[in-house]
Design a protein. Structure first.
Ligand code: DAH
Length: 344
């Protein structure tokens, strides 16, 4: 009987050592120490043995049971730690791998970014930023800006009328009158926003576009102040070695009026035929001038004998197109991501 016990212990130890996973170890436990297993049965039967055998068999069987229990416990903790390790390896997340971009990060539209950049430049030059309505009265859009009743831009073929006496503003210049009416002089104001014209879209026109208006009204302002302001602006946007040039022009609400060109930043860099300025060397960026004194008649408390002012209106799309050498401003509103993602 003692031999059988020794044999059972050896078999059990071998089975325990051979178990490579927790379920296999549990099977070995049931096979050698379970309720129906041979060794526990043997232990239960010790009392029926002849007295002279009882002591030796009982001791041997008990020791075998303890040995097997200890072997199971040791194997259990070995398996637990190797299983944990395997699980950790399997579940490991390599935090250095790039994530999967399920939600692409957005960015500002190139026109929004350009608009904010220009606003920041004028804030830095001491202008405050104002916002105006896109639906404007005929009075603010044309009359108060010195447009004669026959002015062609009033035609329904040129301008979107919403209701009688109201238009989708054709420029941001109405903000000149609104800014002056908002408070006493001096005024240093910049205002950006959308404008609308019944233009047939082409490479340089869209029916909706963005302008930034500027107005300065104070004592003693001259064309030199206008030029200095716009030169400062041009150098911020297009590079510190830019020059500006003023060409005579006509606008109903400025006298004198000018168009302003900035020296081309693109062909200044390389001598090849330039697609930004079309080999002109200059890029037209805005209209400007000295505020026509007639405008002050529309604003209480603004004395045209005392005050002078300068103003400008610039097209944000044209400035962005020049800066990024975009050949056709319609591309800025097509919202083809392959194109838009190049900016910002
Ligand atoms: N409003 C003009 C346009 O849309 C641009 C302009 C010209 C604005 C001269 C001005 C200015 O403030 O002084 O064509």
């Amino acid at each position: 009987m003692i031999d059988r016990i020794t044999e059972l212990q050896a078999e059990g130890e071998a089975a325990i050592a051979a178990a490579t996973a927790t379920p296999a170890l549990e099977e070995a436990r049931i096979a050698y120490l379970g309720r129906k297993a041979e060794l526990p049965n043997l232990l239960r039967g010790v009392a029926q043995l002849p007295p002279e055998e009882r002591g030796a068999v009982g001791r041997a069987a008990n020791e075998a049971r303890k040995a097997l229990e200890a072997a199971i416990e040791a194997r259990q903790s070995q398996l637990a730690s190797s299983e944990l390790e395997a699980k950790l390896v399997e579940d490991a997340v390599d935090v250095t791998l790039p994530g999967s971009p399920a939600w692409p990060v957005g960015r500002l539209h190139v026109i929004t970014a350009m608009r904010r950049e220009i606003e920041d430049i004028f804030l830095g030059l001491g202008f405050r930023v104002a916002e105006g309505p896109e639906i404007e009265t005929v009075y603010y859009n044309f009359d108060a800006l010195n447009h004669s009743p026959q002015h062609p831009s009033r035609l329904k073929s040129d301008t979107f009328y919403t209701t009688e006496g109201a238009v989708l503003r054709t420029h941001t210049s109405p903000m000149q009158i609104r800014a002056m009416r908002a408070g006493p002089p001096p005024v240093y104001m910049a205002s950006a926003g959308r404008c609308y014209r019944r233009d047939t879209p082409d490479a340089t026109h869209t029916a909706m576009f963005t302008q930034i208006e500027g107005l300065a009204v104070d004592r003693g302002l001259s064309l030199a102040h206008l030029k200095g302001t716009l030169l400062g602006f041009a150098r911020e946007v297009f590079g510190s070695d830019r020059e500006v040039r003023l060409r005579p022009h006509f606008f109903p609400f400025t006298e004198p009026s000018v168009e302003v060109d900035v020296s081309c930043f693109n062909c200044a860099r390389d001598g090849s035929p330039c697609r930004v300025c079309r080999a002109e060397g200059w890029v037209e960026i805005l209209g400007a001038g000295m505020v026509d004194p007639n405008l002050f008649d529309h604003v209480e408390g603004y004395d045209k004998e005392e005050l002078t002012g300068y103003a400008w209106g610039m097209g944000v799309e044209r400035i962005a197109a020049a800066r990024h050498a975009v050949p056709d401003i319609r591309m800025l509103w097509e919202n083809d991501l392959r194109f838009m993602e190049q900016f910002g």
